[in-house]
Design a protein around this ligand. Sequence first.
Ligand code: HGY
Ligand code: MN
Ligand code: MN
Length: 409
Amino acid sequence: MPTIRPDRLLADLRHLRSIGAQGAGVVRPAFSAKDMEARRWLADRFADAGLEASIDGVGNVLGRSRNPGRAILLGSHSDTQPTGGWLDGALGVIYALEVARALAEDGATADLPVDVVSFQDEESRFLGCLGSRSLVGALTPDLEQGAADKDGVPLADAIRQAGLAGVPRARLARERYAGFIEAHIEQGPTLEDTGRRIGVVTGIVGLRGIRFTFRGQQNHAGTTMMRTRRDAAAALYELAHRINTAFPEAAAERTVWTMGRVRVEPNATSIVPGYAELDLQFRDASEAPLDRFEAIVADIVADMNARGGVRIEAAAARAPVAPTTMDAGLRRHLEAAAEKHVPGQWMRLPSGAFHDAGIVSAALPAAMLFIPSIGGISHDFGEDSRDDDIVLGCRVLADAVAAAAREAH
Ligand code: HGY
Ligand code: MN
Ligand code: MN
């Protein structure tokens, strides 16, 4: 079986961490200077590994094997959240590179084609999983038009400023691939809490987002009597409270919802706010609870608008991500490799985070492998995993990929 090189794996992970490093974390938003610097470095590393390296028109970094035959695609994303951890996405990209190198260096697997990818904007600076959507042909014009980041920077401007305007966009040749495998940190506490070292993902959550806007009347905080106010922020707080009261009844066991972005204008102590925004995001492994949540929200908004005063509008805040099930055949290879390396110390589990594998699974059989996150922390500078877990995860992936690639070849 192929032998990964832990020193090389960790050195590349740490080099990638250094690009955009802020304390223990990393700030490398999609299309930023640091993001593109990291992508150019990855392209060089892919080329050093003997792959045909390219960066496409939305910033996906691709490394294509020169070996003939049906390939396995490996990878994840190298862009980060605004307060990004050093392993979210980066782990899967560097694992993919290391596994491609290890198979190429082993006579028994050197003929197997393994391609490597770092997708762009998985973290939704513009829209979730932009790069993987583009690769599988799901980045439709209506999704792309009008896409802008939270500061109003249009996607088209970011692409141009990154030097990618007019660069051809790669499109997945489905017939080339037997499947896609993404390794990722768990970003949750389950593996650590249960003493497992490897997770094999059964399914990936679906996700929807709604942005509410509240239009009232800005006024003086002292002279405007309560009965005459049209307080946009008060309406926001009422809606948030009613959501938090109604949702638990309609939720399934692992349904989650988050209201992590709020805007109140003019955001001044002595002024009754005239305008406000609230972003709601909700996730579940099946569509039914998500549908129920949308119906509840529509009823609450209609009830509040019927009262008058503040006008509430609700609009989709992002491209929805559908729940997906991971491929049983690829999962079997991951499970067999996990059992070989850490018998009984692995588990099957769902992913509460969404991932590029969820998008790619519409076009290819897809599977995911998790390693533990220390304290279950992620999307935070404190995100971390133990070196021995990082090395073990790559060893398990290498064996699983060698078996899957041999089967496909
Ligand atoms: O939000 C997510 O699930 C992913 O980590 N971007
Ligand atoms: Mn991620
Ligand atoms: Mn993330």
